[in-house]
Write a protein that binds this ligand. Structure first.
Ligand SMILES: [Mg+2]
Ligand SMILES: [Zn+2]
Length: 183
């Protein structure tokens, strides 16, 4: 399925947990929502989203959700989260890897499978796509797919900073000028 794209259309690919929605603290461990009730969309994401011009940008989500394979997150709950996002936001696709490391799949970030599928299926050149994430896995996946990489600093991820992203930002709205430069 190759769709002819307007030459100015670009792909913005978001990691999910910690970017679109809040991470969940379980004891000392940063975790992700394991029920729909724990899924809270972040205000800073909404503020950014409202300023993205859909005429120029298609928006995608790529998310590792290994808690499905681990039996900690019912797939039905994950699907509810995705449905809620699609209801609220004009995302072109939400991709979730539901595997654990043991499955050795091609989709689990830092592998680039989910990003490559987006580029192939929607007809984007890698240089016209950008991933933003709060984990080194997002950055390495983006690099492996050849897209631009933006690392979002959060209070909990300082030790992750050696993944060599193209850019680092402290606030999501800082993406807007970066996106403008892609056009
Ligand atoms: Mg994340
Ligand atoms: Zn996978």
């Amino acid at each position: 399925m190759l769709i002819n794209k307007d030459h100015r259309e670009r792909a913005i690919i978001f990691d999910r947990d910690g970017v679109i929605n809040d991470v969940i603290l379980r004891g000392e461990t940063i975790s992700s929502p394991r029920s729909f009730a724990e899924f809270q969309v972040r205000d800073d994401f909404v503020q950014l989203y409202e300023q993205i011009d859909p005429q120029f940008f298609s928006i995608f989500v790529v998310s590792n959700q290994p808690d499905v394979a681990r039996g900690l997150l019912p797939k039905s709950e994950l699907d509810r989260m995705s449905a809620a996002m699609l209801e609220r936001f004009a995302f072109s696709r939400i991709s979730c890897c539901e595997h654990d490391d043991l499955a050795d799949c091609v989709c689990r970030k830092p592998k680039p499978g989910m990003i490559k599928s987006i580029l192939d299926d929607f007809g984007f050149e890698p240089e016209n796509a950008l991933i933003v994430g709060d984990s080194w896995k997002d950055i390495l996946a983006g690099k492996a797919a050849g897209v631009r990489t933006v690392y979002l600093r959060r209070a909990y991820n300082e030790k992750d900073m050696n993944c060599m992203p193209d850019l680092k930002i402290d606030r999501l709205v800082q993406l807007l000028p970066i996106m403008k430069d892609m056009l």
